[in-house]
Design a protein around this ligand. Sequence first.
Ligand code: NAP
Length: 235
Amino acid sequence: MSTAAPVSLVTGANRGIGRETARQLAALGHTVLLCARRREDAERAVAVLAPAVPGRLLPRRLDVTDTEGVRALAVAVEAEFGRLDVLVNNAAVNYDTGRRAVSVDLDEVRSTLETNLLGAWRTAQAFLPLLRRSARPRLVNVSSESGSLAHMSGGTPAYGVSKAALNALTRKLADELRAERILVNAVCPGWVATDMGGPGGAPVERGAAGVVWAATLPDAGPTGGFFRDGEALDW
Ligand code: NAP
């Protein structure tokens, strides 16, 4: 089915910042593919959110570590919509505050990179042909200031390195896609009170707003940047 409404896809959208990003995009009228590792989690989130937003929220199963699953969803989205306007790579794991780079188990680092870096990378590659068919393609990598080399310190080794690498990927993709007018940016949502962020952070509405800002940039908007609340951050 084709639609005039922007078609957006958010990974890891059954809870936390991803779920709120999906809600805010649907509140703007987007058709949102709300993705979760387990289909029932996506369906549960849609059931809660859909009644209060004008845009369509569609539950989809997507594990970003599953190459075949990612490709299969891209094929399904192509058949259903023929394009994708916004891709939000939000899914992430393992804010490893108790670990140190000098001693962390490298299997844990590897599995963190598999989701936080390669998950975003494979999803971007799979959906790029559909983004290319959009009139206003936007790609947002939900990152963290933990990945800023300018402020890099010890601790949270797997997570910090994964987000630094995600930031590097953002710049690679942005540069390679600049001529095609696909805007690619990294966004730090700030410290947000979610399962990952724990209590004490900002409400999800605030963290997701910065993601939605990058997902809805005007055509003259930036690409290859790193932002929080729409303000540039040091790499
Ligand atoms: P969260 O509450 O832990 O949610 C993470 C989401 O990612 C969940 O929906 C989870 O699904 C999903 N996910 C994990 N592995 C996945 C996979 N292989 N495939 C698909 N989905 C997967 O985290 P959050 O705080 O909302 O974080 C969202 C983003 O913001 C992340 O990129 C995070 O690094 C970033 N961030 C957060 C903060 C903060 O303070 N919260 C700060 C800076 C950056 P399941 O329910 O199936 O586990």
